[in-house]
Each structure stands twice: as C-alpha cells, then as structure tokens.
Design a protein around this ligand. Structure first.
Ligand SMILES: [Zn+2]
Length: 270
C-alpha cells in the first residue's frame, strides 16, 4: 500500500501570501518516506496529520520558488534530528541545490552538509529509493531547471508534474502512470506561460495511450481558486473519462489493489 497525504493544494504567489489554500506540498509513504515540495506551512500542516519530519527519508524539491521550497531547511532539521545525525537525501533542481542568478540555494550549506546525499539531477536520471525507483522528468517553467518525477512502485507508477507549461514530451514521460499529480494552476480560458491550465490537463490526458486511473490537481492559483477547482476537475473528468480529484490539506490517497481517497481531520492543537 502506498499512501499520499497532501499538506495543501494551493500554489502561486497570491494563494501563498493569503493562505486561502494551504501550500505545504505532499508526503508519500512508499517503501521509503518521501516529502515533496515543502512550501510555506509544510512543517505546521504535517504535524496536524501526525506526519513526523524525523521520519522523512527523501526530500524532493521541484524548483527554487518559495511556494515549493520555503520549509526545506526546517524539514532537513527534522530529517537529521536537529542536525545531530547525518541522514536523508535531497533530490532538488539545480536552482534548489546551487541557486541561480536570482536566487541563493534553497538551503544553507549547514543544512546541505547535514544530509547524507544531495542530488541535483537531470531528466532521465534514476534513483533507487528503497524498493522503488524514481525517474526524473523534465518541465518547462520560468525556473528552467525545474524537475518532476515518475516513481515506479510495485503498486504502479506515481507521477508528479510540477509547474510547467504543456509540451509534447510530457505525454511520453508520464503515459501509463497509475496516478498523476499535476500542478494545474489556471482554470479554463486563463492560460498563462509556464503553467498548466484545465484545458492543458485535458489535452495531456487525451494524448496518453494509457490514461491514469486517477488524476490529482494541485497547486491551484488564485484564478483557479475563484473559478472553483471542483468545477474544473469535473470538466477534466467529463472530457477525459479520468477520475479527477482536487488536492487540499488532509486529502489522502491510498494506492493498493484499488485506489481510495478520503479527507483526514486535523489533530487538535493547543
Ligand atoms: Zn509554484
């Protein structure tokens, strides 16, 4: 059984600033524990669902934008037991690990040194993660080093398509995945460069020879928030026949023989 818990389904500057939708990324419990794109609030939201950062083995960060990497350092502090133990793996875009002309690296040298392994891979590179294998996939985003992945597991493949605009190759990289999680930032008729819209999602799914069982929209921007992501999910589902869900804080997908979803209640906090 593989379990994916979302710590948010929002993204983009204005959703992030206002937190009208949470921006904590998601957690995959596979043969290892993988945390993906810890945006602002990741640490706080994780504890609401009793996800312990000390249990994270692999931190994956698609690119060096704040809504994806803000909580990276504090996650590493969890992974390394407060930097007392060299532990864990970071797989991040080149901009995350090395910085770029506009950004420092997403993590200080202190935090990078605390990890056992740090990788800034290229599309096509592969990593053994426990019994699973992660294949790095390309993106076309304003951070040109943005990466996604396809995680090959005994329960089928789980793909993550982070911020990107639609390009033909995306189909090839993710065709046949059982579950696809994609950053669908914009609703219909509101496409912007470097991001997917609802129509792009339809086009992507329709172009696949083997469609996924489940498509999960995440990274809703403010325009998507106001257009209504559930309406957009219905639109995608109607046109493609693919069961489409909207990610949000506490949304959990369990992947075994069958795929089931539920929304968890947050733990009470003092
Ligand atoms: Zn983003």
């Amino acid at each position: 059984m593989i379990e994916i818990t979302f710590l948010g389904g929002g993204g983009g500057r204005f959703v992030t600033i206002t937190q009208v939708r949470a921006t904590g990324g998601f957690f995959i419990k596979a043969s290892k524990n993988i945390y993906v794109d810890p945006g602002p609030g990741a640490l706080v939201r994780m504890w609401r669902y009793k996800i312990d950062p000390r249990k994270v083995d692999v931190l994956f960060i698609s690119h060096r934008h704040t809504d994806h990497c803000n909580d990276a350092e504090v996650l590493v502090e969890g992974m390394t037991y407060g930097v007392t133990k060299k532990r864990g793996t970071l797989i991040g875009s080149k901009s995350v690990v090395h910085g770029d002309e506009n950004h420092t690296p997403a993590l200080s040298k202190y935090h990078l040194d605390a990890l056992e392994e740090v990788h800034a891979p290229n599309p096509g590179d592969r990593f053994k993660i426990g019994e699973d294998e992660m294949i790095i996939t390309p993106s076309l985003h304003s951070d040109p080093t943005t990466i996604g992945f396809r995680l090959k597991t005994s329960y089928g493949d789980i793909s993550y398509i982070p911020d990107t605009e639609y390009f033909e190759e995306l189909v090839k990289w993710h065709d046949g995945a059982r579950v696809i999680i994609a950053a669908v930032t914009r609703p219909r008729d509101m496409r912007i460069p470097f991001h997917l819209s609802s129509e792009d999602a339809v086009y992507l799914l329709k172009s696949m020879k083997q469609k996924p069982e489940v498509f999960i929209m995440t990274h809703a921007g403010m325009k998507m928030h106001f257009a209504g992501p559930y309406k957009e999910a219905q639109f995608i589902q109607n046109l493609t026949g693919v069961k489409t869900y909207v990610a949000k804080e506490g949304f959990k997908v369990s992947i075994g023989k069958e795929i089931s979803v539920k929304t968890l209640r947050p733990a009470r906090f003092v």
